[in-house]
Design a protein around this ligand. Structure first.
Ligand SMILES: Cc1cc2nc3c(=O)[nH]c(=O)nc-3n(C[C@H](O)[C@H](O)[C@H](O)COP(=O)(O)OP(=O)(O)OC[C@H]3O[C@@H](n4cnc5c(N)ncnc54)[C@H](O)[C@@H]3O)c2cc1C
Length: 424
């Protein structure tokens, strides 16, 4: 079998460009195809913790990530009349360990794209129309009509992966609805926030509004989560229908909710989706492999999807390099390394989604009592540590394996030291 050299990656968000960076470093030729006409820079804040921070360091992007930190100072819960119930500093609020950080998804995508665009071919505004794996390579026909042949194809095209659908079948076979929906969009800053997040909980619902260090002046992100055990029927391309579903879910609610919801009308970056996971028996078939949310979405409730996307990209590229381009060995090793940690995060998400949508007024009142009294409690550090440890277990569930020694060359790139990885 000829060693793989050329790789087509579908999706230019986090997993795709991160994989391209590592593949280029190991001498593969990577092409990234992205359906959007240009890099999607919008999005929400994503935590980078534990192993993901180590991977950013190894990618040589950690300083830039830190420079774009959301730099959140903390958060507070408010009651129905907008009165602050309690405030918590960012470390407790985010359950962060010292080295952890938080960045807007779009900023991270831009950093990864800028680092790779001179070495990697990007095809924006296109998509894979069909692919045929003949055992020796993959013939790809693009929506644009172009035809190309690659040694390998990687689907890094998110929870609703198009590559998965083409190769493994209907999404419904792999998707598990966790009983809630999430919506987020940019809106006028109604609450005058500065690096702060304000929460208001209702039975089965949670509203949060936040403004990060990089937020455009006068704007904030409005975020809504609501429980819905049944899956809602809607067309994912019909944004108006999704805005209506959101408005219906919060109809008649108090606090600032009517105004915050009304702001969705003008939102250009409106996001609405089920909180759901993707579970598959295997992530590869022949010369096609899935990566990031496409392979194992653990949902926003895990808070680790970005970290897993970065870690998976590192593991997949390093295993391909270590196997000298033997994709069969590399794909098997990639799953062996990633799967146990993905499982930990999936279980974590199932637990966290219930925390996001507390079901009764009594439970909300108990939580508010905790938020109000925690900062004054002598054992507040113990509670903070317990919260942090659980999150850290998930964040470090995939070990950041050493693939031999690396050395940095003059431009700061890390290259495998001779002999530690097989030649490609
Ligand atoms: C509200 C919210 C909050 C979140 N918070 C966190 C958090 O705190 N921490 C965290 O770690 N994670 C968080 N996540 C999850 C995180 O965003 C994802 O896990 C992460 O972005 C996965 O990266 P990915 O590259 O695998 O997929 P995605 O980011 O989904 O990117 C997929 C890419 O593929 C492209 N694409 C789609 N179809 C095609 C096609 N047919 N052809 C070509 N390209 C295509 C898309 O345009 C997109 O650019 C959150 C998610 C949401 C929605």
């Amino acid at each position: 079998m000829r060693a793989a050299r050329t790789v087509l990656i579908s999706g230019a968000s986090i997993a795709g460009p991160a994989l391209a960076l590592w593949l280029h470093r190991y001498g593969f030729t990577a092409t990234v195809v992205e359906r959007a006409p240009e890099l999607r820079t919008g999005g929400y804040k994503v935590d980078l913790r534990g192993g993901a921070i180590e991977i950013c360091e190894r990618m040589g992007i950690l300083d830039e990530v830190r420079a774009h930190s959301t730099d959140m100072a903390g958060g507070s819960y408010v009651d129905a009349r907008g009165r602050t119930v309690g405030e918590l500093p960012a470390e407790i609020f985010g359950g962060r360990a010292e080295q952890d950080d938080e960045i807007m998804r779009g900023d991270l995508a831009r950093i990864l794209h800028e680092r790779t665009r001179d070495d990697v071919e990007y095809l924006f505004g296109d998509s894979i129309a069909s692919l045929h794996d003949d055992g020796e390579g993959v013939d790809v026909v693009f929506e644009s009509g172009a035809r190309r042949r690659f040694d390998l194809v990687v689907g890094a095209d998110g929870m609703h992966s198009h590559t998965r659908r083409l190769v493994f079948g209907d999404e419904r076979r792999f998707k598990r609805h966790l009983g809630a929906y999430i919506s987020i969009f940019t809106a006028p800053d109604r609450l005058g926030l500065d690096r702060w997040e304000t929460y208001h909980a209702r039975p089965n619902k949670l509203v949060s509004v936040y403004s990060t260090s990089g937020e455009r002046a006068g704007t904030a992100k409005n975020c809504f989560v609501f429980a819905s055990p049944a899956e809602l029927a809607y067309d994912h391309r019909d944004v108006l229908a999704q805005k209506r579903l959101l408005a219906d879910a919060f109809a008649g609610d108090d606090w600032e909710i009517p105004r915050l919801i009304a702001d969705s009308a003008d939102a250009e970056d409106f996001y609405f989706d089920a909180i759901a996971t993707i579970t598959m028996d295997r992530w590869s078939r022949g010369r096609v492999v899935l990566l990031g949310d496409a392979a194992h979405c653990t949902s926003p409730a895990s808070g680790q999807g970005t970290g897993l996307a970065l870690t998976g990209a590192y593991v997949l590229a390093c295993e391909l390099a270590a196997a000298g381009g033997d994709h069969v060995a590399a794909f098997a090793a990639y799953e062996t390394v990633m799967r146990p940690g993905v499982e930990v995060n999936r279980r974590f998400a199932e637990k966290m989604v219930k925390e996001m949508t507390v079901s009764s007024r009594r439970k909300i009142a108990l939580r508010m009592l905790l938020v109000r009294t925690l900062p004054k409690m002598p054992w507040k550090n113990l509670i903070a540590r317990m919260i942090r440890e659980e999150i850290q277990r998930a964040a470090n569930a995939v070990p950041v394996k050493e693939y031999g020694a690396y050395e940095r060359n003059g431009t700061g790139r890390m290259n495998p030291v001779n002999g530690t990885l097989q030649g490609i």
